[in-house]
Ligand binder design. Sequence first.
Ligand code: ZN
Ligand code: ZN
Ligand code: ZN
Length: 143
Amino acid sequence: MNTNAFKDMLKNKGYKLTTQRRGILDILIDNSGNHLSTEEIYDFVKVPYPEIGLATVYRTLQLFEEMELVDRLNFDDGCSRYELRSPDQLHHHHHLLCQSCNKVFEVDNDLLSEVEKDIEKKYNFKVLDHNVMFYGKCQKCRE
Ligand SMILES: [Zn+2]
Ligand SMILES: [Zn+2]
Ligand SMILES: [Zn+2]
């Protein structure tokens, strides 16, 4: 995402582009696939912006969530984790959680279109998104 597109998105919501907001977005871009928690994002962002507070990071992530820039994830470890929403993906991708090493893997394909069709027909319900987590053991932990 370039700065101008980001600036426009913020402007549409009545917010200004600040260096701290841009800094937090950059950290999310640099760590795509890492599912950082609020505290982890804070640890990264306070290196270039030592004056930033945890509350600001928390509020900024809430704002990004409202803007549908990021998805908030719960991996059963008691903290909210964030990842950028990919604009070419209509529905959220799935996650594989290894119960031995707690690593999270991504499943790129949606794979659920048949299930979604069934649900829409059977329950007369329009599926807009889903949040799927598979639990198990990764390849490394099974070796
Ligand atoms: Zn789907
Ligand atoms: Zn594992
Ligand atoms: Zn993910």
